[in-house]
Design a binder for this molecule. Structure first.
Ligand SMILES: Nc1ncnc2c1ncn2[C@@H]1O[C@H](COP(=O)(O)OP(=O)(O)OP(=O)(O)O)[C@@H](O)[C@H]1O
Ligand SMILES: [Mg+2]
Length: 321
């Protein structure tokens, strides 16, 4: 049994970058890269690198990608007993072909295996979930499964954390939003979850109030380069990032999510948690990959020591990004 259990997707992201103009119906020379992804998997890897006691619940194909992804997590110390490698499915994959200027020309998305994380599948892992200090889910899970998990764990008094993954996927978590203890949407995801428009600080506070009224205890709305808005009870604020060394912003949100779950286990207060999350996001942004292999407590400490943040007092009504 682990302190933190994550339930979510494992994906392989395959990206093709042509060396010249793309020609349809032909074989184009170019660079092809493959990387692991999946918000749940990324959060789990970040947590393992932070030294957290973490278990992962997921499904992938019994193919070389799925086996390797699980092996990597195992080597990092993740409890992978509840990850199923299925013979009759392939690992979830996202295949994209970009054009010469780096815009996506065509993509194919094969997420069928994630549907196999069914209610029965979760039922089978319930002992592990109920023994955790916090359970995190990503919105790759179906609405029915999210409904089942949040109902069972809410009744059992186990805090559940949500990363909504993307604005379209955030729809799936809307109905049961009040059963989450902590949520970390970005601004677009928060708009979908609340049905409110969030264009300035006043509307941001309005959304924070709305989530609180639904029953969410801790709210973190990440704002990309604008930092993060946080709220717990009467305590709220915005922390702005300063002097971030940006290599790639992909995966910054996943690192933020991982860190705030680690902070929950370490019983940090809301402001400390928000700073810790931002420091982890700053570390994530220093690598090209979604998860920075250099993610560790020491790198986060270094960011915190450098004081890369600015606490804003939420009294000016300016645009967020
Ligand atoms: N361009 C940036 N400059 C400075 N900080 C950034 C930038 N982009 C992201 N961050 C930091 O990372 C945190 C999370 O980023 P963001 O709001 O983009 O999450 P997200 O949309 O969930 O990202 P992801 O692509 O990982 O899902 C922000 O709160 C901020 O601290
Ligand atoms: Mg995100």
């Amino acid at each position: 049994m682990s302190d933190i259990t994550i339930i979510g997707g494992i994906t392989a992201d395959i990206e093709g970058n042509p060396y010249g103009q793309l020609a349809r119906g032909e074989s184009n020379p170019g660079k092809i890269s493959i990387a692991y992804g999946g918000v749940g998997r990324n959060i789990t890897e970040n947590l393992a690198r932070l030294g957290a006691d973490v278990a992962f619940v997921s499904a992938a194909g019994n193919d070389f990608v799925g086996r390797a992804a699980v092996q990597e997590l195992k080597q990092l110390g993740v409890n992978i007993e509840k990850v199923s490698l299925l013979d009759d499915e392939n690992t979830a994959m996202y295949l994209s072909i970009l054009n010469i200027v780096g815009d996506m020309e065509l993509a194919l998305c094969n997420m069928d295996v994630l549907e196999r994380i069914s209610i029965d599948f979760i039922h089978d892992a319930m002992k592990v979930l109920k023994a955790s200090k916090i359970v995190g889910i990503d919105a790759n899970l179906t609405e029915e499964v999210q409904d089942f998990i949040t109902r069972k764990l809410h009744d059992a008094g186990i805090p559940v954390f949500l990363d909504p993954v993307s604005a379209p996927k955030a729809e799936r978590a809307k109905k049961m939003i009040g059963r989450f203890h902590t949520i970390k949407p970005n601004r677009g995801e928060a708009e979908i979850l609340s049905g409110l428009s969030i264009l300035n600080e006043e509307q941001l506070r309005g959304a924070g109030r709305w989530f609180s009224q639904q029953g969410v205890k801790r709210i973190f709305i990440t704002l990309g380069s604008g930092g993060v808005y946080y709220k717990e009870g009467e305590r709220e604020g915005i922390i702005r990032p300063q002097a971030v060394h940006l290599v790639s912003a992909t995966g910054a949100g996943d690192a933020f999510s991982a860190a705030i779950m680690d902070a929950h286990v370490k019983q940090m207060d809301i402001e400390e948690t928000a700073r810790y999350g931002m420091a982890a996001a700053a570390v994530a942004m220093e690598a090209k990959t979604a998860v920075n292999p250099k993610m560790c407590l020491e790198s986060i400490d270094e960011k915190l020591r450098k004081g890369i943040f600015n606490l804003s007092l939420l009294n000016n009504n300016v645009l967020i990004e």
